[in-house]
Design a protein around this ligand. Structure first.
Ligand SMILES: *Cc1c(COP(=O)(O)O)cnc(C)c1O
Length: 394
């Protein structure tokens, strides 16, 4: 994927469809999130899924430049990609890694999550088998995942013996221990009670391990909503994903934080061609749109293969052109879409269209698009395609 650093804040003239990544917004969000955390707590930004569509190595490189040297990714291939792009610091794989891929952990200097006790034993057996090269590190850094109620990954917190034993397995260097909150985004009483119980369970485990003489690992448990809703004193890392990108999962939450978080990504494409329709003529696949008046239709160079949800078809979604909002008409295609530009006779082929972001006084936010599609911003952004260019703006 091409990553163009663009100094003058205008799109490269050749792009078909691109994501503009605002460095200024990213820096602002980093500082804001840091201000909510205790002094010794470091951000461990989550840059999985291509940094939620923003460009994994582009975002990680900017964060490295801000003095951030801890990252989370979902899987080993994402960790390898960051290393190959020169990203330094600790890279924690949050997900499962198959034993056949363990050699890559040492080769690329990655930190693996121990997803449960069986996984810990496999990791330990691998290091002790001597199958790794003599030049490799003799112990593998890991973070232990603890299940406190999410029931996805992690050794159940009640299994104190097994968790303690993981700390003394040969070949493993346990540098961290963490859990994941399942309901920290909603603030009804049931969710608050459940989350507080998860937090208590985690700290009770940490204290119990300390009582048993286990050296205290670095602790972390908050993702974006955890940082915002559950401030904690005794944490070493926080793992923000969506908030780092200036959004929260839904429109209402994003709006509530709009003075504090700034959206990092804008999504843009171009007008390719314009057609004049007479009443009764249809446009696009399946004749799904028919003009009921003389209508100008613009073909725009972005489609669902770029991650723009097809469910925004037929007037549900809009495009900004020349500072005005115009409707998407007909069915969104794989690589293109159609917009009704009858109200904008000044539109020309080559003009820039905005799918997410600002144009003049108009804005389309990723959060309102996600709401319109019945999903969350996390899904919408992480589905943005590899075909889009990522352009860093100041
Ligand atoms: C994805 C993920 C995060 C980041 O979540 P956000 O809600 O985007 O902040 C943090 N921790 C874990 C374990 C995750 O899987």
């Amino acid at each position: 994927m091409k990553q163009i650093v663009n100094q003058n804040n205008c799109a490269p003239q050749t792009s078909r469809a691109w994501a503009e990544i605002s460095r200024e917004a990213l820096v602002h969000n980093v500082r804001y999130l840091q201000s909510l955390l205790p002094g010794r707590c470091a951000l461990m930004p989550v840059v999985k899924a291509n940094a939620y569509g923003h460009g994994g190595s582009l975002i990680a490189r900017e964060l490295n430049a801000l003095g951030i040297y801890s990252f989370c990714v979902a899987c080993i291939s994402e960790g390898i990609e960051l290393r190959q792009q020169g990203i330094t610091g600790e890279i924690l794989i949050l997900g499962y890694t198959h034993p056949d891929q363990f050699p890559l952990l040492t080769q690329y200097g990655l930190t693996q999550t121990v997803v449960d006790f069986a996984h810990a034993r496999e990791l330990s057996a691998y290091v002790c088998s001597g199958s790794q090269k003599l030049t490799d590190l003799c112990s593998l850094p890991v973070h232990i995942a603890v299940d406190t109620g999410m029931h996805r990954l992690g050794e159940p917190a009640a299994h104190i013996e097994q968790i303690r034993d993981m700390f003394s397995l040969p070949g493993l260097q346990v540098t961290g221990m963490y859990t994941h909150l399942a309901a920290s985004d909603t603030l009804d009483e049931a969710s608050k009670g459940f989350t507080r119980q998860q937090i208590d369970t985690f700290y009770r485990l940490a204290a119990e391990l300390e009582n048993r003489g286990v050296p205290r690992p670095r602790l972390h448990l908050q993702a974006s909503y955890g940082i915002l809703h559950y401030p904690l004193k005794d944490v070493d890392y926080a793992r923000p994903g969506i908030a780092l990108y200036g959004l929260l999962s839904c429109g209402a939450d994003t709006k509530r934080y709009q003075d504090r978080l700034r959206p990092v990504l804008s999504l843009r494409a171009r007008v390719a061609s314009i057609h004049q329709l007479t009443p009764g003529e249809s446009a696009g696949y399946g004749m799904a749109y028919t003009a009921d008046r003389p209508t100008a239709i613009a073909a725009i160079t972005i489609g669902y293969a770029d991650g723009l949800p097809r469910s925004l078809s037929a007037g549900k979604g809009s495009v900004l052109l020349h500072g005005q909002k115009v409707p998407i008409v007909g069915r969104i295609c794989m690589d293109q879409l159609l917009a009704d530009i009858t109200s904008l006779p000044q539109v020309q082929p080559g003009d820039t269209a905005t799918l997410i972001g600002n144009d003049g006084l108009q804005t389309i936010s990723a959060a309102e698009l996600a709401d319109a599609c019945g999903t969350i911003t996390n899904e919408l952004l992480s589905c943005l395609g590899s075909r889009l260019e990522r352009v860093l703006t100041p």
